[in-house]
Design a protein around this ligand. Sequence first.
Ligand code: FES
Ligand code: FES
Length: 153
Amino acid sequence: MIFELNGVNVIAELTTTVTLLDLLRTDFGLTSVKKGCEQGECGACTVLLDGMPVCSCLVLAPQVEGKRVTTIEGLSENPLMKELRDAFMENGAVQCGFCTPGMLLSSFALLRDNRHPTEDEVKVAIEGNICRCTGYVKIIEAILDAAEKISPD
Ligand code: FES
Ligand code: FES
């Protein structure tokens, strides 16, 4: 099976039915994609599939054939992701960090499509990402801070 992973066409040998989550972590070593509930509840396994956030634990690997998968590693040089990363750091939004990659990918998709989100829109964008530290205030502040920096007007 061939698909695009972080901008590069890759081949995956699928010998069994495997989730995208396990494929990314095991075959490609992308451990930023966290393994949490494996039931689509926590969002720790969020990746972008053709640009949209999905829970990779709910996607079977063969389903991504010919599609574009992006993890946080693939956005390391992206200016918008850099703003988000900096804002998370400056606002103390990285607490234990387990949810952080998924939070960043969901908020990246939000700010990519909506440069001036309201607080409610931010809450909707990350509603599928559970922070076990219950520290949503700083995370929401960080996302709004990044939005302000990329679009100050
Ligand atoms: S591990 Fe996929 S949603 Fe929790
Ligand atoms: S920082 Fe989100 S689970 Fe701890």
